[in-house]
Design a protein around this ligand. Structure first.
Ligand code: SF4
Length: 528
């Protein structure tokens, strides 16, 4: 079949949430699919594996995105999508098609998969590397219920597996080893997992890395601390550099090395990716998904916003107004979108996270004099000139009131939140960003702004539709590129379903309900 027909089959497949076999069967058996594809009634169809190969090709470069772009271009030409209108974006978590593994299972299974790969490609070479006891350790899947019990036994097991893995890697590095063995997919994963899970100390002793560092919620500076629930590594003191890396880098499954662990506080913990969907939301126009972005799970929403705008600019589809939730909004993002893309971001700016520490004396209660570089507090005291600083890797302005001014202040405790007599400290953003933040915090409390922002909520329905009707929540494939293909095809399928329902509704508008007709009659009579 032609690539165009296979692309259409793929879109229809995700529109109906079918497997490859079901889609191939639909091409062979269903008259509506044959009609849509322009096939003869007796066309025999194709083997379902063709779809898998076709998706592999779609995952190269930006072919999947171009497919959605072609659809959107046609809708623009038909007047169903307009540039410089309103759009809204939301993200949702996507579960990778992998099993959650403990660290011991991960290293055991990674080595076992590498041995399987080497046994298939170079059995003679492998015979000179392994010993008889390896068969017992790696002859069957490494599962948690088969692992040794107790912290000491598990530590010994981890080091045994680590030593075996290093034996394989060192044998692969020998000059007489064929190059092709080093290029194996599972061998590459073995190499990367071993770097992340083991290290050599100064005495050249192989060591099991300690658990990753987590941020101390009670520390204002976010200083890392050791996780209280994490087991000890190998009983030896381990420097911070000898811990497993943070979630953005850590490989958690050998089957999908690009999948990452992430969590939304109080909502979800998952291994996989994130899908950002952008759809139009203009009045009296259909809701069309115009852009899809797939990112690693730990990547923050705010990091995706500029990529979305850049992609929409390439398609000449930038909105005039973009509705997003708090995760996408910072003063920097509002400023950047306005100056670079001429897009107005409509979304709530975070309230001052330390407002509780200073009840009634938040940053917005202070008057800023940008010329004099000073701040005046609600009690009328003016600070010394501020100093430039760096906060969260961004430039800022540090304002520190004099201790002598604050010490005798009647409201010092409410304002400073401390009892040791220190002066009040404020952290300001550079002028344009600070003005955006202050203005937005006032504006977002008004009924007019809330009414304008209410349109964003429809994005939740789109996420729900793609998740429940088209199976978006669960990855069908491994790897970010193929997961992105799934997301794009899902978006294209969703658009087709929506537009077909829209045209049906336009042709046969739903009649008003009996009560609506009754109320209209009643209102007419009352008016008379
Ligand atoms: S504590 Fe200092 S900064 Fe706060 S209101 Fe009193 S004088 Fe002003």
């Amino acid at each position: 079949m032609s690539p165009a027909q296979l692309a259409l089959v793929s879109v229809l497949q995700f529109a109906e949430n079918l497997t490859d076999r079901q889609a191939a069967q639909a091409v062979a058996c269903r008259i509506d699919w044959k009609y849509c594809l322009g096939l003869e009634l007796d066309a025999p169809g194709f083997d379902h594996s063709v779809l898998c190969e076709f998706r592999d090709r779609m995952a190269e470069d930006d072919r999947a995105d171009r497919l959605l772009a072609v659809m959107v271009d046609r809708l623009v030409a038909a007047g169903l999508v307009k540039s410089r209108g309103r759009q809204r974006t939301d993200s949702t978590h996507v579960l990778a098609a992998v099993r959650t593994l403990s660290r011991l299972e991960l290293v055991g299974e990674t080595l076992r998969a590498a041995l399987e790969e080497l046994a298939a490609t170079a059995p003679d070479w492998l015979a000179g590397v392994v010993t008889a006891d390896w068969v017992k350790r790696y002859g069957r899947p490494v599962r948690y219920d088969r692992l040794p019990r107790g912290a000491d036994a598990q530590r010994d097991y981890a080091l045994t597996v680590g030593t075996d893995g290093m034996t394989v890697l060192q044998a692969l590095a020998r000059p007489d080893t064929p190059q092709r063995l080093r290029r194996g997919k599972q061998v590459d994963v073995l190499r990367r997992v071993w770097i992340q899970q083991y290290w050599y100390d100064s005495a050249s002793q192989l060591r099991w890395r300690g658990p990753k560092q987590t941020k101390d919620r009670n520390s204002r500076r976010g200083m890392p601390r050791r996780s209280a629930s994490a087991p000890a590594a190998d009983g030896n003191p381990d420097p911070a550099s000898a811990r497993v890396p943070w979630s953005g880098l850590e490989i958690v499954s050998l089957h999908d090395p690009e999948a990452r662990f992430s969590h939304k506080p109080g909502k979800a913990r998952w291994i996989g990716y994130k899908d950002h969907q952008t759809e139009t939301c203009d009045e009296d126009m259909p809701r069309v998904i115009v852009h899809v972005l797939t990112t690693p799970a730990p990547e923050q929403d705010i990091a995706a916003l500029d990529r979305v705008h850049t992609a929409l600019a390439t398609q000449h589809l930038l909105p005039a107004e973009h509705l997003v939730d708090t995760g996408y909004v910072t003063p920097q993002a509002i400023h950047h979108a306005a100056t670079v893309h001429s897009v107005t971001i409509v979304g709530p700016v975070r309230e001052d996270p330390r407002a509780d520490e200073h009840p009634g004396f938040s940053k917005d209660a202070f008057t800023i004099d940008w010329q004099a570089r000073t701040v005046t507090c609600p009690q009328g005291v003016t600070s010394p000139p501020w100093k430039p600083t760096i906060a969260d890797q961004n430039p800022g302005l540090s304002v520190l009131f004099r201790r002598s001014d604050c010490r005798d202040c009647a409201v010092r405790k409410q304002c400073t939140g401390n009892v040791d007599g220190k002066g009040r400290h404020l952290l300001l953003l550079p002028q344009p960003l600070q003005e955006i933040q202050s203005r937005a915090r006032v504006e977002q409390k008004t009924p007019e702004w809330k009414e304008r922002y209410a349109m964003r909520a429809g994005c939740e329905a789109t996420v729900s539709e793609t998740v429940h009707a088209h199976g978006l929540r669960h990855c069908r494939y491994h790897g970010l590129a193929k997961t992105h293909v799934q997301h794009v095809l899902t978006a294209a399928g969703t658009n087709i379903i929506r537009l077909s329902q829209q045209s049906a509704t336009d042709r046969n508008p739903r009649p008003p309900s009996p009560f609506y007709r009754f109320s209209q009659t009643l209102l007419t009579e009352l008016a008379a």
